[in-house]
Design a protein around this ligand. Structure first.
Ligand code: NAI
Ligand code: MG
Length: 359
């Protein structure tokens, strides 16, 4: 099987952490049935320096022709004062919008060896592996009307509008159900159907979609405030959580804290079936440590594992890489950001090599 992957290392530690994934790709091409052909381009600040814009049309075209895109990170102090329309972040927003990436996937995985980094007790988070699917292009962050009105006499009114349509709810629901089939087979759909019409519609449409096409998956509905509570109380009850843009923003940050370390968190943004998904670590370009060879490559390696599972039809291979990460952590290898007493401190390159060795 041949697949096409576009690599966009970006800025800061981006090139250092993407280099570790390139080693994994060589390993896959040499040792498995899967062949990954890669293309690579400047993105973000690096593209501003090379081409004068954060995202070239040629890059976007290459993205459209790929099965998936893996990004490092963009931005840094060097580009903080350039005009907003050509800032590194503008490239990120443009690629998400142009590829219509409406589903944001944020896993929260607790690795046994890093269990002490969690803000919860070990017995509550042990073995945790949940995935939040957040609707990313609709809801209250985009709904009209919006704005701040002057009512006179010193009184003002701020307005945002929560809007969801049937098709917006169904397409993100489909992503959640499809992914649940590749996981433990359970979806928890979160809204506030008790007090919001958009939530009531959300619940009705998810219920209908489930009955039509996904009755093999277990569906449960939960009010978002209760979900926030349950995530702290007994997070292991969840497999896939699907929710709107606003609740997803909050619940995904809460879930991230169950795991502890920023350098360990992968993410993905998916569009319509057949269109390429964009995968990237949750962290930024870490300019404070760039060029020192000490960045943690594991969030990017885990993003690549998600890419294999959700965009390249290679679930087993993705799981194999996740298991290899568990192994190197269990062996006590740590980059500086997750270093604790009694462990062995390693560089970015040494961590990447150790993952290959574990494979
Ligand atoms: P950051 O995530 O880059 O760094 C926060 C702290 O975590 C820093 O001390 C950094 O050294 C550390 N850190 C982050 N990733 C690490 C890793 N893999 N290994 C070891 N340590 C790591 O966030 P910050 O400092 O707020 O932003 C820096 C730049 O990154 C800014 O220009 C920002 O706009 C950009 N950024 C880009 C994102 C993206 O490309 N999606 C997301 C977040 C920020
Ligand atoms: Mg947030």
């Amino acid at each position: 099987m041949n697949k096409k992957l576009l690599l966009l290392p970006g800025d800061g530690i981006g090139p250092e952490i993407i280099a570790e994934v390139r080693k994994l790709i060589s390993w896959i091409n040499a040792h498995t049935d899967l062949t990954i052909d890669t293309e690579e381009d400047f993105f973000g600040g690096a593209a501003i320096d090379a081409y004068g814009v954060p995202l070239r049309d040629e890059t976007l075209e290459a993205a459209r022709k790929s099965d998936a895109i893996l990004m490092g990170a963009v931005g840094g102090p060097k580009w903080d004062n350039v005009d907003y329309s050509i800032r590194p972040e503008a490239g990120l927003l443009k690629i998400r919008k142009q590829l219509d990436l409406f589903a944001n996937l944020r896993p929260a995985i607790v690795f046994d060896a890093l269990i002490d980094a969690s803000s919860l007790k070990p017995e509550i988070v042990k073995g945790l592996d949940i995935l939040i699917v957040r609707e990313l292009t609709g809801g209250v962050y985009f709904g009209e009307p919006r704005g701040i009105e002057d009512l006179g006499g010193g009184e003002r009114r701020g307005v945002n509008t929560q809007v969801y349509t049937t098709s917006e709810i169904r397409r993100v629901g489909k992503v959640a159900f499809e992914i649940a089939r590749k996981r433990k087979g359970k979806v928890t759909s979160c809204e506030k159907a008790n007090v919001m019409e958009s939530g009531k519609l959300w619940r009705e449409e998810i219920t209908r979609l489930h009955a039509e096409s996904y009755s093999d998956v277990t569906l449960e509905h939960m009010y978002a405030d209760n979900a926030a509570m349950q995530l702290c109380r007994r997070p292991s009850q969840f497999d896939v959580i699907v929710t709107d843009n606003l609740f997803g923003d909050i619940l995904s940050d809460e879930a991230a804290m169950l795991t502890g370390s920023l350098g360990m968190l992968p993410s993905a943004a998916l569009g319509a079936p057949g269109s390429p998904g964009l995968y990237e670590p949750v962290h930024g370009s870490a300019p404070d440590i760039a060029g020192q060879g000490i960045a943690n490559p594991l969030a990017t390696i885990l993003s690549f594992a998600m890419l294999l599972k959700y965009s390249l039809d290679s679930v087993a291979l993705g799981e194999q890489i996740e298991a290899a990460v568990q192994t190197v952590l269990a062996e006590g290898l740590r980059t500086a950001d997750i270093m604790v007493e009694g462990c062995k401190k390693v560089t970015t390159v040494e961590m990447g090599d150790a993952v290959i060795a574990a494979l």
